[in-house]
Design a protein around this ligand. Structure first.
Ligand code: ADP
Ligand code: 5GP
Length: 211
């Protein structure tokens, strides 16, 4: 079976709980490697450079683009965000399931480059709760919150492009659901082509021997 790592993209509206879910997922299970993105946005209180993000200047970001150092990148609400290439390639090679917590434009670029990537979309139970979580986090001004909610309306138009939606109502239930979907995704035929081919060859050899 497929023991290679797969690439997992997790998107969702701002405030849906992606960051919280991803931290839990890597704490509870061994096989996940969470990619740390580069961004030009300023750190929030409590965020550390190299932990939540690599916080870099616009010039440094553009340098990374020029060096082909990012697997994908996108602009979101006035800032650049991108996925550093080296970590993703190293961790996949090492057999880890690599999680990219990224927005929809980046998600679609990943799907093109990595056709076996699994695309998951985290939904809030309802929009009142989303607003409540986004305000309750206390990290953005009301103006930025409004921009992020407007952006959510745009992102909602692309949800059909994802493989699964997962509702983040109870946190623990959602973490388990995400894990179960990922485990099942490993067992799809198109992610196991080499294994299936090997079995087919062995069957042919066996059939010849029995003639
Ligand atoms: P995102 O990364 O999607 O923008 P966060 O992980 O920062 O969202 O979560 C937004 C806020 O909602 C945070 O204050 C977080 O503690 C809270 N939150 C996340 N998941 C849940 C949940 N299942 N129930 C209640 N609050 C949640
Ligand atoms: P935030 O500012 O709330 O941390 O992130 C804003 C948005 O940018 C979220 O939708 C998040 O998933 C997305 N994002 C974070 N890192 C990346 C990245 O490397 N690439 C892309 N395309 N989006 C990202």
């Amino acid at each position: 079976m497929n023991h290679k790592g797969i690439l997992i993209v997790v998107s969702g509206f701002s405030g849906a709980g992606k960051g919280t879910l991803m931290k839990r997922l890597v704490q509870e299970y061994d096989n996940y490697a969470l990619s740390i993105s580069a961004t030009t946005r300023a750190p929030r209180a409590g965020e550390e450079d190299g932990r939540e993000y690599f916080f870099i200047s616009k010039d440094a970001f553009e340098q990374k683009i020029a060096e082909n150092g990012l697997v994908e990148y996108a602009a979101y609400c006035g800032n650049y965000y991108g996925t550093p290439r080296d970590y993703v390639e190293e961790q996949l090679e090492a057999g880890k399931d690599v999680i990219l917590e990224i927005e929809i434009q980046g998600a679609l670029k990943i799907r093109k480059q990595f056709p076996t990537a699994l695309l998951l979309f985290v939904m809030p139970p309802d929009i009142q709760e989303l607003k409540h979580r986004l305000t309750g986090r206390g990290t953005e001004t009301p103006e930025v919150i409004d921009r992020r909610l407007a952006r959510a309306a745009e992102e909602a138009e692309g949800i059909e492009k994802y493989d699964y939606i997962v509702v983040n109502d109870d946190l623990e239930t959602c973490v388990e659901q995400l894990h179960e979907i990922i485990v099942a995704a490993h067992n799809t035929p198109f992610r196991n082509e080499e294994f299936i081919e090997k079995i087919r060859k062995e069957l042919k050899v066996l059939a010849k021997g029995e003639k």
